[in-house]
Ligand binder design. Structure first.
Ligand SMILES: C[S@@+](CC[C@H](N)C(=O)[O-])C[C@H]1O[C@@H](n2cnc3c(N)ncnc32)[C@H](O)[C@@H]1O
Length: 218
């Protein structure tokens, strides 16, 4: 499935240039740091960041292990321009590619196999069929033994978190976001073929709880 439409970084109402300051309000340093901890980048890694947006996760992984090759993929050229500017400002060298998350083999081309795939705050914005297609595409580009780490709004366990998540649902639409809030991601990851799927962390934020899901490819 490759459909060319996608929800932009801040959803339907707010311009992308406000993305970084808004996301900073979501205890971003905590959940992004936990995501990076679970990826644990190594010098010989090839790490693909799917729906990399303004490049914050890719740049953090680069900062932790500058010898790893980091490739950020996003369908939105405007958000990638912001990622490039941020990378230039700190002397970071991730590669940035325009592309949809369900077309990773084509986007990465001949050299396209990864030792790790990461993604943050992307799947909640996608229709269920696209969530499935992106996970299948991640599985395809991962080498055997490769690891997957996803940070996203997951199962919203408490009334407070379900209430907080309504702000995200207002921006991104209920249809795509509700399956995440109902806890669909681990089963979709298993269906895509991943092993040892688990919710490793849950971080409460003002926009609902962000879960870190990890898995690997056999
Ligand atoms: C909420 S932003 C998250 C950006 C970044 N990953 C982060 O953690 O800050 C979601 C990003 O996913 C991208 N996106 C939306 N649909 C996508 C798809 N089908 N495949 C890949 N990226 C997608 C958007 O362009 C946007 O940059």
């Amino acid at each position: 499935m490759t459909e060319r439409t996608f929800t932009p970084a801040l959803g339907r109402f707010a311009p992308t240039r406000f993305y970084d300051p808004v996301i900073a309000l979501t205890r971003e340093r905590l959940w992004r740091g936990l995501l990076a901890m679970h990826v644990a980048p190594r010098p010989d890694d090839v790490i693909v960041d799917v729906g990399c947006g303004t490049g914050s996760s890719a740049l953090l992984l680069h900062r932790i292990e500058p010898r790893a090759r980091i490739v950020g993929v996003d369908p939105d050229p405007d958000v990638l321009a912001m990622a490039r500017r941020k990378a230039d400002a700190v002397g970071g060298t991730p590669e940035w590619r325009v592309g949809m998350g369900d077309a990773l083999p084509e986007v990465l081309g001949a050299d396209g196999s990864a030792s790790a795939v990461v993604s943050s705050l992307v799947l909640h914005q996608c229709p269920v069929a696209m969530k499935r297609a992106i996970l299948a595409s991640m599985f395809t580009v991962l080498r055997p033994g490769g690891r997957l780490a996803i940070a996203d709004f997951g199962l919203q366990r408490t009334r407070l978190m379900r209430l907080a998540f309504r702000a995200v649902q207002l921006a991104d639409g209920k249809q795509d976001t509700q399956p995440n809030a109902d806890g669909i991601l681990p089963s979709l990851m298993s269906e895509a073929g991943f092993r040892d799927v688990r919710e490793a962390e849950v971080v409460s934020t003002i926009g609902g709880s962000v879960s870190i899901y990890v898995a690997r490819r056999d």
